[in-house]
Structure formats: C-alpha cells, structure tokens
Design a protein around this ligand. Structure first.
Ligand SMILES: Cc1cc2nc3c(=O)[nH]c(=O)nc-3n(C[C@H](O)[C@H](O)[C@H](O)COP(=O)(O)OP(=O)(O)OC[C@H]3O[C@@H](n4cnc5c(N)ncnc54)[C@H](O)[C@@H]3O)c2cc1C
Length: 373
C-alpha cells in the first residue's frame, strides 16, 4: 500500500459549498487539500440569484465580494403577479448571480490558500482512523475529516455506499433562459414573479430578475422532464410564457428570447450517513433541494457555517476527530434541511392538488403570509 500524506481536512468537490468549506478550513490554519474532477466549473443551470439570508450568510463568511457578476444590481423590490392582481414585495440584499463565474472565483481564492487537485479519484475509504482518498495516479491522502461536496455524484454514492433516491418521491423540473424586451430599451420593472393565470397542474411560477445587465427567467414546475408541457416550454419559452402568464404582455411588454433554454430535473433525497465515521456530506451531496424553493444556497451556506464552527476543535487537539452528529444535529442545519424538504412538498402540493382541503390550507397559509414565493 502506498504511504498516504496526512491532512486535517480533505474536501472532495470544489463547487459552491466545497469551496466555502475548504477556504474557511484553510483560514483556520488547518492542512487542507481540495479535489475536483474539472479545473473549471462548467456552465450548468444552478442558482442564479441570492436571497437575503444567503447574501448575509456569505457576508458572515467574509466571501460576499467573490460573488459574480460584481456589478449585478441589488434588487429592493419584486413585483408579484397572481392572475390580474399585483403586489410589491420589498427586499434587501437580493441580487442575481452567475453561478459558474462565482464558483470559479471562489476556487481561484481557495487556490491562494490550499492545493486543489484536479482529476478523478479512484477510492474514498471511510475508517475510524480517518478517510483515505486515492487518486487515479495512486497518490493517497489520509484526512482526519473528509468533506464530500460532489453534488450527489454516482461515484460518491458508490464509494460511500450511499443509497440512491427512492423512486416516486418528489421531483422538480426547471426551465431557465434569458430574455430582453422585444423592442429596444429596458423592462419597466427590474424583478418580478408571475403565477399562472389559471390552475395548470404542476406549473408553479416564473421568476424574472437581473443578472448583470441581462434578465434571467426561471420557470419552476413539478412536470416530468419528458412530458409534453416541459418539452413544449423548452422548445418555445416565449410562446409558453404568453400562454400561461398572459398578464405579462400588458404589464411588462412583449419579450424576446436571448439564450438557449436549459431544463434540469431534480428529485428528492436525504442521505443516511449513520455508517460514516470520518466523512461528512454537505450541500446537495447530503440533501437535494427544489429550485422552486430557492433554498439550495441557504443549505450550502448553513452547512459551511455550521461545519466551520466545529473545525476549531481539530485545531485545538491534533489527535481529535470530529463528532459528526454535532454537524448533522446542529439546530440551524436541521431547521434549514427540514424547511427545504417541507417547502418542496408544499410547492408541489399547491400546484397539483385542487381539493377543497388543499384550497383551505392555501387560503390559511396566504393569510399567515407564508405562501412560498
Ligand atoms: C436548475 C436549478 C436551479 C436552482 N436555483 C436555485 C436558486 O435560485 N436558489 C438557490 O438557493 N438554489 C438553487 N438551486 C440549488 C443550488 O444550485 C444547489 O443547491 C447548489 O448549487 C449545490 O451546490 P454544491 O456545492 O452542493 O454542488 P456543486 O456546486 O454542483 O459542486 C459539485 C462539485 O463537485 C465536483 N465533482 C463531481 N463529481 C466529482 C468527483 N467524482 N470527484 C471530485 N469532484 C467531483 C463538480 O465538478 C463540482 O465542482 C438550483 C438548482 C438547480 C438544479
């Protein structure tokens, strides 16, 4: 067996949450190495904006200035259209984000603090003595704590004997693209959300917001990705917007498509990690989120903050191992994980269940001002 280099912390997957954790661990003075398959994060459809709690979490981590594009405007109000009614929702610290550019900027910062190995890993072995990571060249590292953040890769599921999602649980399908006003100039409002003008099973809402000087549209549904509605939306998003959200033509004017539409489906899972002793799962590796709930980055930031709060124990005692249950059972983490799950269930139910019982629940929630926006 090849001798392994010792590390305090190994982070597998230098995406959003992996980069945050690796940066904070390195700032504490721990010996850290991050690993990723690719040198550059690719242009994937992921979170395209920051909500207030996410912005504030990144401020607390001291990393808000790394969010791209740097000049994206702060939005202070979102106009919400429900049928013909409109409501103005005030907000603070709410802004568009280019996910790929932001992750690449976080990585660039990470590389000033700790090494980042690029290339496939062949083995991850979780043991009581630490987690051993072996790359494709046979080089090996043993970490007191391994943090896996590969966004639920098949490789990590196999390596750590994690269960695949149970079939038949919740799904979420999102269609994303950029638009511009059909005629020249800007839209008359910066950020707006539209709910369908009539009940369309599975259709949730569309959100329009500025990312840099472009307008991004994300449409959230729980349609099956191969179903006729999702395929029609992807084929001609402008015609589908007109069909399902007719109020927008009058309220903001006609739009034209300015990018290729992307369609992504996610399904619900939360991993059971009871069998792991020195490996912790963070971000989408641990639990998936519905994009419709806008909670993915909240989970990433919470995971990074909670874990970072536990790392000083590793600094204090060079022979210590982390009690992983302190991470999974942290009340802040449990609240955000549970909210991500219940908001997903709620948004799917609202868009698929027309029963009187459900209508009563929706009316009750609206009164409480708790309707998922
Ligand atoms: C369509 C869509 C829209 C969304 N919209 C929102 C939103 O508006 N607001 C919100 O808060 N959340 C949103 N989310 C959720 C949010 O984007 C995710 O929760 C978040 O991106 C997860 O980050 P992560 O760090 O776990 O994964 P990622 O950032 O994807 O990082 C995973 C990393 O692991 C690496 N990797 C993969 N396999 C391996 C391997 N075998 N070895 C080494 N490295 C590997 C990858 O290269 C990558 O760098 C959305 C999600 C989707 C899918």
């Amino acid at each position: 067996m090849v001798n392994a280099t010792s590390l305090d912390v190994a982070v597998v997957g230098a995406g959003f949450v992996g980069s945050l954790v690796a940066i904070k661990a390195a700032e504490l003075g721990l010996s850290v190495r991050a690993f990723d398959l690719q040198a550059e994060y690719p242009p994937r459809f992921r979170a395209e904006k920051l909500e207030t709690d996410q912005y504030e979490g990144l401020e607390r981590l001291g990393l808000i200035d790394l969010v791209e594009p740097r000049g994206s405007p702060l939005v202070d109000q979102v106009v919400v259209f429900r049928g013909k009614t409109r409501k103005v929702v005030r907000c603070t610290k709410h802004r568009g984000m280019d996910y790929q550019a932001t992750v690449n900027r976080l990585r660039a910062h990470l590389k000033t603090l700790a090494p980042l190995s690029i290339g496939p890993i062949s083995k991850v072995e979780d043991t009581r003595q630490g987690t051993r990571i072996t790359d494709a060249e046979g080089d090996a590292w043993t970490a007191r704590l391994a943090v896996t953040a590969t966004g639920a890769s098949a490789f990590m599921r196999n390596a750590l004997a994690l269960k695949p999602p149970a079939p038949g649980t919740m799904i979420s399908t999102s269609i994303g693209f950029f638009v511009r006003p059909e005629t020249s100039g800007d839209f008359c409002m910066e950020a707006f959300n539209a709910y369908p003008s009539r009940f369309v099973p599975g259709l949730q809402y569309a959100t329009f917001f500025p990312v840099g000087n472009e307008t991004r549209v994300n449409v959230f549904t729980c349609w099956p990705p191969a179903g006729s509605e999702a395929r029609a939306f992807r084929r001609d998003p402008i015609a589908s917007l007109r069909r399902y959200f007719p109020v927008l033509d009058d309220a903001v004017g006609p739009m034209a498509l300015s990018s290729t539409p992307q369609l992504v489906t996610t399904e619900y899972y939360r991993q059971n990690t009871d069998h792991l002793t020195s490996t912790v799962l963070v971000g989408d590796e641990y639990q998936s989120v519905s994009p419709a709930t806008g909670m993915g980055i909240s989970k990433c930031v919470t995971d990074a903050e909670v874990l970072t709060g536990l790392l000083p124990q590793l600094v204090k005692d060079p022979s210590a191992r982390l009690d992983l249950s302190a991470f999974y059972n942290d009340p802040r983490k449990q609240v955000v994980d549970e909210k991500a799950h219940s908001s997903w269930a709620w948004s799917n139910n609202v868009s698929t269940d027309r029963s009187m019982g459900m209508r009563f629940k929706i009316a009750k929630q609206s009164l409480k001002g708790m309707l998922v926006q």
